[in-house]
Design a binder for this molecule. Structure first.
Ligand SMILES: [Zn+2]
Length: 386
């Protein structure tokens, strides 16, 4: 291993340890990272020089004794920006370098991809003005796109936006003045689960995230699995019904054609008038038998998809986000029974089904996760903050 890569690796490890354990002492970092004392002290010194980390004096939570010096990511060390292209709008999210979002803003989505760069720049400028921070403080920008995103960050296809073959990084990089990291929105949400959510201690897990469609993320050996050109993980298109409902992908019988929010609304509407998924959940909570029947059936479909994923990947965890997390209380029992029936016993017993706590937050975390991952990247071609 090249010494500069090793140093970068240790710096990244130490940065994330301080980020996830604010108030940690230099001594505790030895146990948290496995790095030796002198490596830690050299890297912390460098972090202090560039204003990334600051020392505070206090007593660690739950500990008695003399106050000691504790480390945390400096609040003024820089900004991360998340940008989400959603169905209805552009969403901008600002976070400090610890990755915790603290402010957000929505703007209209441009009709034409050519206008994207100017609109994204304008939104970032406005958000920075609102929070009283300077554009030059932005260390990285993460862009989450709804559709298939290739290895180089280009949007290959998006049925939500009706855009195809848009070279997003090229459009944005010259306009934004900070490194830009682009990925599919569910990959971004999967990364957010690893960096901030339920799967922060796991190097392998699967994410299924439900919204207008159902997206998936496959996290293997501490990184997203992307396949040949970045399109891997379209787990919402696992077939759960032979010759079933038509799906937005052009095929039929996909999980997404049954459990996405629009699919749920369409299926419930066969018997009951509803406008939103919230209507469905409210009716379920009141014990509406027609709605509960549709949810039971949904649990069956989800169980079939999860059983396949368990058999294929033997993941320690599958995390459910978005509408799947919302519906989970009503579908979990049926889903569990189907998994019991359809997944092989040995991998089944090793897989935990988790419900995401951040996927339904008011502000999406994925864009910031992409920015944070890029900022602390081990790729020597990218800018190295340390
Ligand atoms: Zn499909």
């Amino acid at each position: 291993m090249h010494p500069s890569y090793l140093r970068q690796f240790h710096a990244s490890q130490i940065f994330h340890a301080i980020r996830t354990s604010p108030g940690v002492s230099q001594k505790e970092l030895i146990d948290l990272t496995g790095c030796d004392k002198s490596t830690i002290s050299v890297i912390i010194k460098r972090f202090e020089e560039i204003g990334l980390v600051e020392r505070i004096t206090g007593t660690s939570a739950g500990k008695r004794g003399r106050p000691s010096e504790m480390l945390r990511i400096s609040e003024m060390s820089g900004l991360l920006m998340g940008v989400h292209l959603e169905f209805e709008c552009l969403r901008f999210v600002a976070a400090n370098l610890d990755g915790q979002p603290f402010s957000s803003k929505d703007a209209p989505l441009p009709q034409a991809p050519e206008d994207l760069a100017d609109n994204v720049r304008a939104g970032i400028v406005e958000l920075c003005a609102e929070i009283g921070r300077d554009l030059s403080e932005i260390r990285a920008i993460g862009i989450a796109l709804p559709g298939l995103v290739g290895q180089t960050g280009g949007l290959a296809q998006s049925s939500n936006l009706s855009w195809s073959k848009v070279a997003v990084p090229e459009l944005l990089r010259s306009k934004l003045g900070a490194p830009v990291y682009v990925d599919n929105d569910t990959n971004a949400a999967t990364l957010a689960e690893f960096l901030f959510g339920e799967c922060s201690q796991l190097s392998d897990f699967i994410m299924l995230d439900g919204g207008r469609g159902i997206g998936g993320g496959v996290f293997i050996d501490g990184r997203l699995y992307r396949g040949k050109n970045g399109f891997a993980g379209e787990l919402g298109h696992i077939k759960v019904v032979k010759d079933g409902r038509q799906c937005g992908c052009g095929s039929s019988g996909c999980l997404s054609a049954y459990l996405s929010a629009p699919a749920m609304i369409a299926r419930v509407r066969r018997t009951t008038e509803v406008q939103t998924l919230a209507d469905i959940l409210a009716l379920a909570a009141s014990g509406d038998s027609d709605v509960l029947l549709v949810l039971e059936e949904s649990g069956e479909f989800l169980g079939t998809a999860l059983a396949s994923l368990i058999n294929i990947f033997n993941p320690p965890a599958i995390v459910l986000g978005g509408v799947l997390a919302d519906m989970w209380p009503y579908i979990s029992a049926r889903t569990a029974r189907v998994i019991e029936r359809e997944a092989m016993q040995a991998p089944r017993e090793q897989t935990e089904i988790l419900v995401s706590k951040i996927s339904n937050a008011k502000v999406p975390w994925g864009g910031v996760a992409l920015a944070l991952e890029g900022f602390s990247s081990l790729d020597p071609a990218e800018s190295m903050p340390w």
